[in-house]
Design a protein around this ligand. Structure first.
Ligand code: ZN
Length: 520
């Protein structure tokens, strides 16, 4: 009788090793340093890549299978949303402006992250980390596509979404996220990893992808929620890669500590500044309120940072330099941002509005330490002006910080009546900053940041007009010429929401009712 041959089954660990580590080889035709020219110049020392442990041990074949299943579920929901005219089922179409800002400011960053990680997958010597980066590159591309597909359904019915990539390149308020992404892409490979996987993904993104998105559910936007949940399991993997990367680099060589610490100081602060827009979306653009930005920060950022850095203290790492100031900012930044976007609304591609009394009351309740004292009177003053037919508007453009490129709207730590301004001289020129941290980032790498392309400077230097604009004509209007160049239609794509084309359309289409009953 034939003896049955037992089919040898690999353990998960063996299978993972066979599909990652064992596929690697040392090059012989060319020295390894020539094949991987980018992973040494930052000063990071790695002695033994075999010490890298990927806790997920995900192989490429199971990755595609797993992601494919998620895609099927996601597109079934997106399809159902479109079939049922879900866009008319959102509680209040002011909320759609959060989606506009999302596709203008967040979605393009996913694409940049995809490119960054594809580059990392090529340029880092450690094989298992390369596999993780390759998966992250595919994840980020998927996020870009998923978000674009979901929001495209709204684009058919609402203004302000039709030209997001062009705005990302030219609109002044989008240069903060754009410069963040370009700063990442032009950094060395290890810095890039710490910037995105650790400082952004592990420390900062949960308020956007968990808290803000559960808010989207309360506003009736199930498609956005599903996209976020589909992406969240990827984010968990990215965060773990970031945390493992920090531990690995610190364990490899003591000389890595000051380098990694400086990157964490820098990228926590840069990420925090970009998150200002998420803060504003939480408090002002989710029209059915759930958690405030302050609560989201206290729930999703503070405990994570505190426990993570307690764990990392054994390596000599401390919390990011800007941490205390960022925690102080939870009382203020959403209100400061909404104020600036309300005032400069004529040069943006989304609507703003003054919160209704019940919304002001909600903000007063959520921000007992700051809202009534600093921000509510200003909004009520704007409401008085608006009632007199004099909507407050800044007919200029804000000054931008040379580093984070946010408008200079932030106040001094513990002194919310004082706008923070810093200035530095470099090679005979003066540069301006929103904070000590942005100034320090510049001072550490002035060669990089003197090159910043600040849209407001570009506009004032006359570089943002269409070629046929007649700048010497007597009736030349610089603001409308810039808006023409940016392809933003004044009054249609921006300005006050009540009475806008979006508002009129949404009401006439039966928006806000049961989607089944909406006419169309
Ligand atoms: Zn700044």
């Amino acid at each position: 009788m034939d003896k049955r041959v037992e089919k040898k089954k690999h353990s998960l660990g063996e299978r993972y090793a066979a599909m990652s580590h064992d596929l690697n080889w040392e090059t012989t035709y060319q020295p390894m340093d020539k094949v991987f020219p980018a992973d040494k110049y930052e000063g990071i020392k790695v002695h033994d890549w075999d010490k890298w442990q990927d806790p997920f041990r995900l192989t490429m074949d199971s990755y595609w299978k797993y992601q494919g299943e998620k895609e099927k579920k996601l597109y079934a929901v997106i399809d159902a949303f479109a079939q049922n005219n879900g866009q008319f089922g959102v509680s209040d179409a002011r909320y759609v402006n959060a989606l506009k800002l999302f596709i203008q400011a967040v979605t393009p960053q996913e694409y940049y992250a995809h490119r960054s990680f594809a580059n990392l997958a090529r340029n880092i010597r450690g094989d298992e980390l390369r596999v993780a980066c390759q998966m992250q590159a595919a994840d980020e591309l998927r996020h870009f596509q998923n978000q674009t597909h979901t929001i495209s359904n709204f684009n058919k019915y609402f203004n302000g979404m039709h030209n997001a990539p062009h705005w990302f390149d030219h609109a002044w308020y989008l240069s903060a996220p754009k410069s963040f992404s370009e700063d990442v892409m032009s950094a060395g490979p290890f810095e890039r990893l710490i910037a995105i996987s650790f400082s952004f993904d592990a420390l900062l993104t949960k308020p956007l992808f968990v808290s803000y998105m559960s808010g989207a559910a309360h506003n009736g936007d199930l498609a956005a929620v599903t996209v976020s949940f589909s992406g969240q399991s990827d984010e968990t993997r990215h965060m773990t890669t970031g945390i493992e990367a920090v531990k690995f680099l610190l364990a490899q060589d003591a000389a890595n500590l000051p380098i990694v610490q400086r990157w964490i100081d820098k990228w926590f602060w840069r990420g925090y500044r970009v998150m200002t827009m998420a803060a504003m979306m939480h408090d002002y653009m989710l029209t059915k309120h759930t958690t405030s930005w302050k609560e989201a920060w206290e729930m999703y950022v503070e405990p994570v940072v505190e426990s993570l850095f307690a764990e990392l203290a054994v390596y000599g790492l401390r919390k990011p330099k800007g941490w205390a100031q960022a925690c102080d900012g939870k009382e203020h930044i959403s209100h400061q941002a909404w104020n600036v976007f309300y005032g400069y609304n004529e040069s943006t591609a989304f609507h703003t509005w003054l919160p209704e009394v019940a919304e002001l009351d909600w903000l007063s309740k959520k921000y007992p330490n700051s809202f009534d004292r600093y921000y509510r009177p200003r909004l009520e003053h704007y409401a008085q002006l608006q009632a007199q037919g004099e909507r407050f508007s800044n007919h200029t453009l804000p000054m931008q910080c040379q580093t984070c490129q946010m408008p200079m709207i932030f106040t001094e730590q513990n002194s919310p009546r004082w706008i923070a301004y810093r200035e530095t001289q470099h090679q005979g020129e003066t540069f301006h900053f929103c904070s000590d941290h942005c100034e320090e980032i510049f001072t550490n790498e002035p060669e990089k940041y003197v090159q910043a392309n600040l849209p407001v400077h570009q506009i004032l230097q006359g570089h943002c007009f269409n070629p046929d604009a007649n700048t010497t004509a007597a009736d030349f209007n610089a603001t409308s010429a810039v808006l023409d160049f940016c392809q933003i239609k004044q009054g249609r794509d921006n300005d006050t929401y009540p009475g806008s084309e979006d508002d009129v359309n949404f009401t006439s289409w039966g928006g806000g009712q049961d989607p089944q009953e909406a006419q169309l």
